[in-house]
Design a protein around this ligand. Structure first.
Ligand code: ATR
Length: 287
């Protein structure tokens, strides 16, 4: 939205986090608002932990439609909301705040956004086995989504074994039949021939780091996903060299955003416009 078209009737949505200056979400959502002719704008709020409560209180004012919440406040925001949906409550992570009447509600679109980003691969998940590398926020969302989608089981390999084990316990409590186990990254390589998919959810690769695992042992057709969207990581380059089906994290960013947009507006998100804004934003950042 151009500044000249901001009026007293404008509505606003935020992204709350720290840092947020690098976020591509403002470009994506503002392009979508413009496409649908909505007098709304979306803007980053870089806040500290003790500002989360006051900011949520401020969001109760009439012209605030909602917000996205990003690192590191996805868990901290939960206690300030009037209601949080059961899956988000269970994973302790809210990435979307929206209004229902005078209530502020929380949900997470990360898991469903991830599943939508898989396109036709999603249909193959039921009964499948996988390997998830990472146990941080993004990986937890993927783990919850995979369990909900009915996979048979997966291994979780993380640098901190305690965090992987804690995620395993959380998953087992809710999904009794899910075969989920924590393994060290070092011991994950021999498991690769037995899995149908591998999701890389750590931040390794964000700054050009080497792949956390060699993929040579993967069966033909094993789907390889890296949640990093900023660049083609070493992990994905390896998958490409081996001729494995693969995707980066831009689709997850797009679809979690589209779902948030639909919570706020009640309208279908203009996916193509949002995808274009993300790609343009990424390119501009590279220069
Ligand atoms: P996000 O929200 O992006 O998932 P996060 O919650 O901070 O961010 O999680 C980061 C993930 O990357 C974790 O799995 C982290 O491993 P630890 O739980 O052991 O910290 C992983 N990670 C970050 N830097 C890493 C490194 N140098 N080597 C291996 N794993 C790393």
């Amino acid at each position: 939205m151009k500044s000249a078209s901001i009026t007293g009737a404008s509505q606003v949505a935020f992204i709350l986090g720290h840092p947020v200056s690098h976020s591509l979400s403002p470009a994506m959502h503002n392009a979508a608002f413009e496409k649908l002719g909505l007098p709304w704008f979306y803007t980053p709020l870089d806040i500290s932990l003790n500002e989360v409560g006051p900011v949520v209180k401020m969001m109760r004012s009439f012209n605030v439609r909602g917000a996205n919440v990003t690192v590191p406040y996805k868990e901290a925001v939960v206690k300030y909301l009037d209601s949080v949906d059961p899956q988000a409550q269970w994973l302790g992570s809210v990435n979307t705040i929206y209004r229902r009447g005078d209530k502020l509600c929380g949900t997470s679109t990360d898991g469903e956004g991830f599943l939508r980003s898989l396109g036709s691969w999603r249909k193959k998940l039921k009964g499948s086995r996988g390997l998830l590398i990472g146990a941080g926020g993004a990986s937890r969302a993927v783990a919850g989504a995979m369990a909900k989608e009915g996979v048979k089981g997966f291994y979780i390999a993380n640098r901190s074994g305690a965090k992987a084990s804690s995620l395993v316990r959380t998953l087992r409590k809710k999904y009794h039949r899910l075969d989920v186990q924590a393994v060290s990254i070092k011991n994950a390589e021999p498991l690769i021939p037995y899995v149908d998919w591998i999701v890389q959810g750590t931040s390794l690769g964000l700054h050009g780091e080497k792949s956390p695992l060699p993929l040579q042992k993967a069966r033909k057709g094993t789907l390889v996903v890296d949640l990093i969207y900023h660049r083609e990581t070493d992990f994905l380059k390896q998958a490409k060299r081996l001729g494995l089906p693969r995707m980066g994290g831009l689709g997850m960013l797009l679809h979690q955003g589209a779902l948030s947009f639909e919570y706020w507006t009640g309208k279908k998100a203009p996916l193509a416009v949002m995808a274009r804004a993300l790609k343009t934003g990424l390119k501009a950042r590279d220069h």
